[in-house]
Design a protein around this ligand. Structure first.
Ligand SMILES: [Zn+2]
Length: 132
């Protein structure tokens, strides 16, 4: 079965599975408390992407709606990074994550949506220069 909270898949009658799931769930919930309810598990994330990607790509919709849809999807990627980092609680903020993510994935959204996002989330040029 799949946990509705953390998205972990496990066999309920397997003790080790259960144990691992409990640990995973705790970590997930801690992270959700830290990062807020926009922090989502893998399955919620996939659903959000499925719902919002068509909106982002639909140029007949107004740009605000499309940017908001992109914002939801960015939270999915942000959640994924936190998950891949073992639900680290000192991960960078969403605001700091977005500019770098957009920089690394320049064609992930249509150009007009990208432009708006870059205005909303100005790039951390200072930080990047320091890294070099
Ligand atoms: Zn769980």
């Amino acid at each position: 079965m799949k946990c509705e909270i953390c998205g972990y898949q496990f066999i309920p009658w397997e003790k080790t599975d259960q144990k691992e799931h409990t640990q995973h769930c705790k970590k997930f919930l801690k992270a959700q408390r830290k990062y807020g309810n926009d922090f989502v598990n893998y399955y919620e994330g996939e659903k959000i992407k499925q719902e919002n990607n068509p909106v982002i790509d639909d140029s007949s919709k107004d740009i605000r709606t499309r940017v908001n849809a992109a914002w939801r999807v960015l939270w999915v990627y942000y959640s994924r990074e936190i998950r891949l980092n073992g639900y680290k609680l000192n991960f960078c903020s969403f605001k700091a994550f977005v500019p770098d993510f957009l920089y690394q994935n320049p064609s992930i959204f249509p150009a007009d949506v990208m432009k708006e996002l870059r205005v909303r989330y100005p790039s951390g040029a200072r930080k990047r220069r320091k890294a070099v």
